[in-house]
Design a protein around this ligand. Structure first.
Ligand code: C5J
Length: 234
């Protein structure tokens, strides 16, 4: 006989409590790459103050530690392109007049190109052995990637989000997840934007209209629920 499913855990969230399903929830860390977070990368080439993203590192690390302690699935994404840029449409590469474009050489190697130092995840949040790493050519992590198949393989139905930037790759992926039937929760302190007003606006967009995209919770509420959760995936 299959054992009964463990009870769901209430996470204090907006617009109402999120019912965390032990073993069915994956932590998805979006694009915490050196190219976005450190000077000399893609984010800086676009004219952004990359220091604004550093605030998300410690909260994301706290989430990772708690998730790993439970043995629940972790997914990391990287916005990245093949070295020949065959998966980077000219409409993406040739836009605007940045200091450097995708594929151009910078101090951390070619911007957003797989295998280059700048494309790697920051050392504090480096993937652990066995964790899923998804290279994505777009802003959304479901587009042109095996993410959906990986989540089905892991039996995941809920996605808890951290990462950068809130209004671009995080929000795009949350919307993709929502349309695919996943329950999506964003952890407020574990995400950041080069434009803090856009982070605030994104949070309001997610929770508006009864949670039209999903939920947003403070880090403490998620950590508290995890502390009461059973270990192990289902
Ligand atoms: C951007 C991302 N902002 N990871 N990418 O271009 O949000």
């Amino acid at each position: 006989m299959t054992p009964p499913a463990p009870p769901r855990l209430a996470v204090r969230a907006r617009p109402f409590d999120f019912a965390l399903d032990p073993g069915r929830a994956a932590l998805v860390v979006i694009d915490m790459q050196r190219d976005f977070v450190e000077p000399g990368g893609f984010g800086a080439a676009l004219g952004n103050d990359v220091a604004l993203l550093a605030s998300a590192i410690a909260p994301t690390r706290a989430l990772l530690d708690a998730w790993r302690a439970r043995g629940w699935p972790v997914v990391h994404t990287r916005e990245s392109h093949a070295p020949d840029l065959s998966d980077c449409p000219p409409a993406k590469r040739d836009r605007g007049s940045p200091a450097l474009r995708i594929g151009d050489p910078g101090p951390m190697g070619r911007l957003l190109v797989r295998g280059e130092p700048g494309c790697e995840i920051v050392p504090e949040l480096a993937p652990a052995p066995g964790e899923v790493v998804i290279d994505k050519p777009g802003k959304g992590a479901f587009f042109a990637t095996p993410l959906q198949a990986e989540l089905q393989r892991l039996g995941v139905t809920q996605l808890v989000f951290a990462g950068v930037t809130t209004e671009v790759c995080v929000q795009t992926t949350m919307r993709e997840a929502n349309d695919r039937g996943y329950e999506a929760l964003l952890v407020e302190e574990a995400t950041a934007s080069y434009l803090p007003a856009f982070k605030a606006a994104t949070i309001e967009m997610i929770v508006a209209q009864g949670g039209i995209v999903g939920w947003v919770a403070p880090l403490a509420a998620v950590l508290d629920a995890l502390a009461h959760a059973p270990a192990g995936a289902r």
